[in-house]
Design a protein around this ligand. Structure first.
Ligand SMILES: NC(=O)c1ccc[n+]([C@@H]2O[C@H](COP(=O)([O-])OP(=O)(O)OC[C@H]3O[C@@H](n4cnc5c(N)ncnc54)[C@H](OP(=O)(O)O)[C@@H]3O)[C@@H](O)[C@H]2O)c1
Length: 266
């Protein structure tokens, strides 16, 4: 693993906890001595400040978990050792916005899987979209899905869908956080304490997602189920519709997708 930050740790912690990899088979590089010490103490994995050491010793999977702007430095490290490599591990990149073509050029000739996880990975509830690069063997794709499965759900998409994925599940946690916050604000406006309002809002979002998922309900079915004639919920729904709730969310996804495309082209 190159880059032992927030996402790297989220993945590492679950791979170790679920015994997918035993600690002595994992090597993590990170520039910060404190961070290396933390990861070594928590997960008993080997750590290093040398990306080259990771690149040279990796047999199965090279997980790239640095910020996208660090890629040129990784490329420089790779260029200095790539002639003498013994293995061709699978490269799994979680770098937001970095296309497979760019990854392949940077870490040639490794087979590549591009992943877009989301911040919920830190609690094992990520929605990760994965796009396989060309020339990937079926067992390598399966391995990538298994690894990403350790931090949540996984869906395979063509790379062309990654900007749209960013609009929905990449940026989605922020939209849902806004929903929770505004539900709680509504509760406070209606006379509840802030803490009670937040608890109600949070559990309602969590419970609704669980219900939709476990009972495989279409959202419209659930909405119809809880809106009785002349009742309280349809009164609230009518206000949301008047305020353009649906079209605001749709536009938010489109705006995020467009911004992702812009950043990818810059
Ligand atoms: N966080 C999310 O919710 C999320 C969601 C989707 C995708 N991603 C993607 O996940 C990747 C990692 O994000 P993150 O949130 O985990 O970032 P992060 O916490 O900053 O982790 C990156 C780690 O890489 C280290 N690093 C910096 N330069 C390095 C180098 N040359 N070699 C090796 N390691 C180096 C950093 O160390 P220093 O801090 O000391 O520089 C840091 O520990 C990003 O590409 C991001 O686009 C993140």
């Amino acid at each position: 693993m190159i880059g032992g930050g927030v996402m790297g740790e989220a993945i590492l912690s679950r791979l170790i906890a679920q015994e997918m990899y035993s600690p002595e088979t994992v090597l993590v590089s990170d520039p910060s001595p404190e961070r290396r010490e933390e990861l070594a103490q928590r997960y008993h994995v080997e750590v290093t400040d040398s990306n080259r050491k990771v690149m040279q010793s990796t047999e199965e999977v090279l997980l790239l978990a640095v910020k996208p702007q660090v890629l040129p430095r990784i490329e420089a490290d790779w260029d200095s050792i790539k002639e003498n490599l013994e293995h061709r591990p699978l490269l799994i990149s979680i770098l937001a916005g970095i296309p497979i073509l760019r990854l392949k050029a940077a870490l040639d000739p490794l087979p590549v899987v591009r992943v877009m996880p989301n911040t919920n990975a830190t609690v094992g509830a990520s929605m990760s979209a994965i796009a396989p690069g060309s020339g990937l063997r079926p067992e390598q794709l399966t391995l990538a899905k298994t690894i990403l499965g350790a931090i949540g759900e996984v869906v395979e998409v063509p790379e062309s869908a990654m900007d749209a994925v960013t609009g929905v599940s990449g940026s989605g946690p922020a939209y849902v956080a806004l929903l929770v916050e505004s539900l709680a604000d509504g509760g406070v406006a209606a006379g509840l304490s802030r803490s009670v309002a937040l608890q109600l809002a949070m559990q309602t979002v969590l419970g609704t997602a669980t219900l939709l998922q476990e009972e495989q309900l279409h959202p419209a079915q659930l909405k119809d189920r809880v809106t009785s004639p002349g009742g309280t919920t349809i009164a609230g729904v009518a206000e949301l519709e008047a305020g353009g709730f649906r079209s605001s969310v749709i536009k938010a996804v489109q705006a995020s997708k467009a911004r992702s495309q812009e950043l990818g082209n810059s």
